[in-house]
Design a protein around this ligand. Structure first.
Ligand SMILES: [Fe+2]
Length: 267
């Protein structure tokens, strides 16, 4: 099967609770609801999500836990995300296939199967919008700090290969921001230079020129302080390799960071 849908989604903590989201995040909130209805139509067998807030030091972790259940209070921002319960089934079989493929490619990929592991807010926040019913199996992936963008892209390619060879219909979400030089003041936009870089990167995605987006990423990630050093984007681009039609659903700033909702459909 093919990858049914790729997504680039935000997780800014101020949108955790929709009723408390400020006006400048409304476009993102609306966009997330629209993408949720696309997922509802696709009816995937599983959703993979890489989160910029599951920061692993040395390994690429794959959360193969058969049942993801917990209550999140985010240690970075407990005033915004406190006592938030979540429940999603997992997919141990597909997760194990991903781990095996990564290891066979020589990558330090490690399986996590641990019901005590509590998800980060980069995972929980978007899933509150994307899978509100909690009835689609989820596999969570970390961003690995010891891995550079090239290694992360290679890991993404291995994931993409497994998904294309699987008989399951899968969607892949990358949870993270574009430019991300954070400053105090939730309503602040990125600088003009950061916005220019973000816009060029988005333009490549819009033109379905994923190879130029990938070529631009290393310098862009450094100059604009892209979240997780751009690893969530490298993973997304590695997974998506091929021809995709992007759709843009909205933009929102958060403390000087740029956040978008986008989807990528195979064509
Ligand atoms: Fe973040």
């Amino acid at each position: 099967m093919t990858i049914e849908l790729g997504m680039l989604v935000p997780h800014t903590p101020r949108m955790c609770h929709e009723d408390k989201a400020p006006d400048f995040l409304r476009e993102l909130v609306q966009g997330m609801h629209e993408v949720a209805s696309v997922i509802e139509t696709v009816k995937p067998d599983a959703l993979l999500l890489v989160s910029c807030h599951w920061m692993s030091s040395f390994h690429h972790f794959v959360d193969a836990t058969p049942e993801h259940k917990g209550v999140l209070t985010a240690f970075e921002c407990p005033e915004l995300i406190s006592d938030v319960p979540y429940y999603h089934p997992g997919d141990e079989e597909l997760a194990s296939q991903l781990v095996e493929a990564g290891q066979n490619a020589g990558l330090p990929v490690v399986k996590v199967n641990d019901p005590t592991y509590v998800w980060d807010y980069g995972t929980v926040v978007p899933l509150r919008y994307l899978l509100p019913k909690g009835n689609i199996p989820v596999i969570d992936l970390s961003v690995c700090w010891a891995a550079n963008l090239e290694e992360t892209y290679l890991w993404g390619q291995q994931i993409g290969k497994v998904l294309r060879e699987s008989n399951k219909r899968v969607v892949f979400a990358s949870s993270g921001a574009l430019s991300h030089n954070l400053i105090r003041g939730p309503h602040f936009m990125p600088t003009l230079a950061e916005q220019a870089l973000d816009n060029q990167f988005l333009e490549y995605l819009h033109q379905n020129d994923l190879s130029s987006a990938w070529k631009m990423l290393p310098q862009y990630a450094r100059a604009a302080g892209v979240e997780s050093g751009g690893r969530h984007l490298a993973l997304l681009l590695g997974v998506l390799e091929g021809s995709y039609q992007s759709q843009y659903y909205g933009y929102g700033q958060s403390s000087g960071s740029a956040n978008v909702v986008m989807t990528f459909k195979p064509q």
